[in-house]
Design a protein around this ligand. Sequence first.
Ligand code: CMC
Length: 392
Amino acid sequence: TNLITLDEGFVNTGSTRSAITFLDGEKGVLRYRGYPIEKLAANCDFIETAFLLMYGELPTAREIETFRSGIREHTMIHEDMKSFYNGFPRDAHPMAILSSVVGALSTFYQDSLDITDQRQVEISIYRLLAKLPTIAAYAYKKSIGQPFMYPKNDLGYCENFLRMMFATPTEDYEVDPDFAEALNLLFIVHADHEQNCSTSTVRMVGSSNANLFASISAGISALWGPLHGGANEACVNMLEQIAMDGGNVKKYVDMAKDKENNYRLMGFGHRVYKNFDPRATIIRSCCDKLLAKLNLDDPLFEVAQKLEEVALKDEYFIERQLYPNVDFYSGVIYRALGIPVQMFTVLFAIGRLPGWIAHWREMHANPAFRINRPRQIYTGCTEREVVPVSER
Ligand code: CMC
């Protein structure tokens, strides 16, 4: 035991070498494969970014065409998978549905489960990227009791998703290009974030040589928690509560400072970023632009700005270097797009998928790869006698 280093919550433990994402928490820098996310957001779409993360380079015109058409081939889900949705209660959380249905991909697509066969792994990758938006939109349709809308393959990735969410068999849905652009940007800024909780989970599960669908399903479960991806939903619920409470942000800031309770400002703070979260900066400016363009006056945006202003001037938040993170303003954009709050973390999952896959692939390509198996420092009883039940 003396040789074991204890690092509760892995604050300072590198679990692997990785060439995918670079983070500088002090300077607020985030790069995928060397490219700053601001540049990627301005010049590339989400599918190019996914290719970059997974394969290491931005695709050529030809490569991206092949990649896009490969994804299009797999957008439908097996018809029998629909019966899963029939079995879920109507009010089930879509994240629960997402992780279950993704887990169930291993039952329907058994021809791509062999992780030692590169061709099968590639097919699983295409299947995941193509089907996740379909699985997600079906979860939403189920929750509102509407029929599922099949994917439409002449649409782009984001357009297709929005249409599957909002079209009905009786009325098609014309996707506003500004909506698709905003969604594209959100997916890009969510696409990877080195060894965060869900990515470490995907690596951990994958390190046992579990198949890709099983590993990603585990990642989705990890993302659901409110300290991680679930913070975007929790944040909008918090903003709503503050708005209903007369917009009294000070009261909530004080509650978050009070160590007598566990209340935290959702969408604030980050394990690595100690100056600002570069993703939050991009999202906030997108939010500004989108609301102006749509001529929308979302009271929650006002509450969010007020909350940020008050918190950033407060000693407590300054001392602890707590700033708005990626989840703080993203919900306001999702609301402007008409996306219901329960779906926010599902959108995070669609965005993060390429990052999870990139890490899973990188791990298996690493010659030093071994099963992940942390140790512990045992604090329980020393050896003791078993007392028979009659004498206990
Ligand atoms: N509100 C109030 N106090 C906070 C907050 C917050 N949001 N975040 C951290 N603190 C305090 C915390 O109580 C602690 O205070 P003290 O030193 O007096 O005990 C100090 O700041 C350090 O916090 P920590 O919990 O040790 O920090 P961590 O690195 O373990 O946790 C975090 C990081 C993101 C889980 C945490 O900041 C948090 O719970 N934030 C709210 C949830 C959230 O927005 N999560 C999304 C994270 S970004 C995207 C993602 O991962 O999905």
